[in-house]
Design a protein around this ligand. Structure first.
Ligand code: TYM
Length: 334
């Protein structure tokens, strides 16, 4: 375990998990788990940057843990935990906040987008959100962060803060690298293939959830926006088809050429019908396993308790160093 490189990543429990989250992030985590020392977090502190109903947040957090497991993350190989259980995240975030320039945060595209949507609740947490994310990553001396493309800019900030701290105080943090897969890193809305698929979208036909029933999946794929060219080709001119091809290829592992060839001369109806079944079969075992796991709360509790214990030890090692370097007096225990 000790010699392996470290991976850290997380998902917000702010609603239901979409196939965007699954194909852009979680599915990749599963394939990395054998070769790395992995920390996968349920980032509840991040989730409250937009209003949450407390009982829903609790349920979504637990369901997200069940989804991590159901997607294939092995308990023996990964540390799965809840962010608010390890207080070092909030503590390091404060220190990094004191080193982050307002201008840097002002440039974050996700903040700009989210602040448009949440004008009535434009809170400071939403603004400093990427700093908390940097703290998450840097606490574990992370080498690699597997995420979807939308998180790239946030990762650059994490790298920048690591370097700034190291330069100011001496070598402390590992500078993390993003891991963004070639296929599936940006799954688009099924209703508007020029914008990202998002769990906060008001139109439920725009996304597929890991918990969707087979019928819901079939209906949503059937309604997915395409074009009138009537050919299955992976190109920018056909963003709807391009997106569906991305989903197809990420799930089956087949190349775009193989898929294009298979559907040469075929209409969209056949392609969509096949794709719907591919998604249904990919998600069926996950949905069933999640349902089982949610009936076994004791087991989930055991997983997140063990996860927090292990994460806390690793995080504390880094935080202790940071506190010393910035000049805090070491806490003494009686
Ligand atoms: P979140 O919860 O928005 O998304 C979780 C992961 O899913 C990816 N993703 C997508 N990938 C492809 N297509 C999409 N349409 C799509 N939508 C989302 C995201 O890129 C992400 O990898 N800030 C993070 C959570 C976070 C985090 C971290 C991640 C907090 N701390 C530390 C990595 C490391 C977020 O909001 O993810």
């Amino acid at each position: 375990m000790g010699d392996k490189k470290v991976i850290f990543s997380g998902v917000q429990p702010s609603g239901k998990v979409t196939i965007g989250n699954y194909l852009g992030a979680i599915k990749n985590w599963v394939s990395l788990q054998d070769d790395y020392d992995c920390y996968y977090c349920i980032v509840d502190l991040h989730a409250i940057t937009v209003p949450q109903v407390p009982k829903d947040l609790r349920r979504n957090s637990l369901e997200l843990l069940a989804q991590y497991i159901a997607c294939g993350l092995d308990l023996e190989k990964n540390t799965m935990f809840i962010q608010s259980h390890v207080s070092a995240h909030a503590e390091l975030a404060w220190i990094l906040n004191c080193m982050t320039y307002m201008g840097q945060l002002n440039r974050m595209t996700q903040f700009k987008e989210k602040s448009k949507k949440n004008e009535a609740n434009l809170n400071a947490g939403l603004f400093t959100y990427p700093v908390l994310m940097a703290a998450d990553i840097l606490l574990y001396q992370t080498d690699l962060v597997p995420v979807g493309e939308d998180q790239k800019q946030h990762l650059e900030l994490a790298r920048d803060l690591a370097e700034r701290f190291n330069n100011r105080y001496s070598e402390t943090f590992k500078v993390p690298e993003p891991y963004i897969a070639k296929v599936g890193a940006r799954i688009m809305s099924l209703q508007d293939p020029t914008s990202k698929m998002s769990k906060s979208d008001e139109n439920e036909n725009s996304y597929i959830l890991l918990t969707d029933t087979p019928d819901a999946i079939r209906r949503k794929v059937k309604r997915a926006v395409t074009d009138s060219l009537n050919r299955i080709k992976y190109c920018d001119e056909q963003p709807g088809i391009k997106n569906l091809l991305n989903i197809y290829s990420k799930i089956t592992g087949e190349s775009m050429e193989e898929i294009e060839q298979r559907y040469e001369g075929e209409g969209y109806a056949k392609f969509k019908k096949d794709l719907a079944e591919i998604i249904v079969e990919e998600l069926r075992p996950i949905r069933e396993k999640v349902e089982d796991l949610m009936k076994n709360k004791d087991y989930l509790e055991k997983v997140y308790m063990e996860g927090a214990n292990k994460a806390e030890r690793a995080a504390w090692k880094t935080l202790r160093k940071v506190y010393r370097k910035v000049g805090f007096i070491q806490k003494k225990f009686k």
